[in-house]
Design a protein. Structure first.
Length: 324
């Protein structure tokens, strides 16, 4: 039986051609200066070309002709080349063209000899990323899961997500062996830096709810950074805040060692496996098992998975009893 869950395409990928020239000299990047003191805020969509809820959110915001009330705001559609390949009849391959755009953010990679589509695009956006004080990177997930705020590897970002107030589930993880993510780059991943970065996983890629979460997160993030005032946030927020938030802290990634990796449990994100020693996945001759009771399966996914890629993470809920 296949590990892969059947998916419905409930969202329509927007035509973002009208946003190509943002006047910044970099295609599909828009920057607005309020003329008043404030942070440099950046929001990115389309880190992966088939994660279209972020494109819907930025398309909506640009269509509203929003301008920040203080500081500067940069809006970027990232992996445009992958997005151009999006096909609702076969939506998973358009995640990337040559490699994962969200694994190339180490200095040595960006300055190296690589010449992939994703590296070239990352180099174009690098000045905007490094200038940002506050970053929101909008994503979605290949398999079913409640929305999840990935706070990188440092607790300061989880504290910032608590200020944002959504979603209900937050994540501190261990990064990716395959390469550095944008939210872990430079000051974003330095506990002593005032910079903050959040990566929101809005739900399964093409469920209608993912677009609502993406827009709600964007609206509330603009309010938190001071780019938008409270009245604007109240008028445009789409979802109620959760009554509480809880944190999953990852203890280990499940990194595929073979092309024969498959799950032995349902691939549902944030599901809780009550007993230590429960088989999670078969990976060639290796069987991955839960290392402790009430282990949380975080962001399982086999689409485009190759040896060396992260198939899932295992973590624990902190500060309260586990909940499924």
């Amino acid at each position: 039986m296949s590990d892969l869950v059947a998916t419905a395409i409930e969202l329509t990928a927007p035509d973002i051609g009208r946003w190509r020239d943002g006047g910044t000299g970099v295609d599909w990047v828009h920057a607005f200066d309020s003329g008043r003191p404030g942070p440099n805020v950046m929001v990115q969509a389309l880190t992966h070309g088939n994660e279209i809820c972020g494109a819907i959110a930025l398309d909506w915001l640009l269509g509203e002709s929003f301008r920040p009330q203080r500081g500067t705001l940069t809006l970027a559609f990232a992996n445009i080349a992958a997005y151009a390949r999006f096909d609702p009849a076969d939506p998973f391959p358009s995640r990337l063209v040559d490699e994962d755009y969200n694994r190339v953010w180490a200095d040595e990679t960006l300055a190296g000899a690589g010449n992939t589509v994703e590296l070239r695009r990352a180099r174009e956006l690098l000045p905007s990323v490094d200038a940002a004080d506050l970053l929101l990177d909008i994503h979605s997930m290949s398999e079913p899961s409640r929305p999840l705020m990935v706070c990188g590897t440092v607790d300061k970002n989880a504290a910032y997500a608590r200020e944002l107030g959504m979603p209900a589930d937050l994540l501190i993880d261990t990064g990716h062996p395959a390469g550095l993510r944008m939210v872990d780059r430079g000051g974003f991943g330095d506990p002593q830096s005032p910079k903050r970065a959040l990566l929101i996983e809005c739900g399964q890629h093409w469920e209608q709810a993912a677009a609502d979460v993406a827009i709600d997160a964007l609206v509330r993030f603009l309010g938190l950074t001071g780019a938008a005032d409270a009245a604007w946030v109240q008028a445009h927020a789409r979802l109620p805040l959760p009554p509480a938030q809880r944190l999953v802290r990852v203890t280990e990634p499940l990194v595929a060692r073979s092309a024969d990796f498959h799950f032995l449990v349902p691939a549902i994100g944030l599901s809780v496996l009550p007993k230590a020693g429960t088989p999670i996945a078969q990976d060639g001759d290796l069987v991955w098992v839960t290392p402790y009771d009430d282990a949380v399966l975080v962001m399982p996914g086999l689409r485009n998975l190759k040896p060396g890629g992260t198939a899932a993470r295992i973590g624990r809920f902190e500060g309260e009893a586990a909940q499924g």
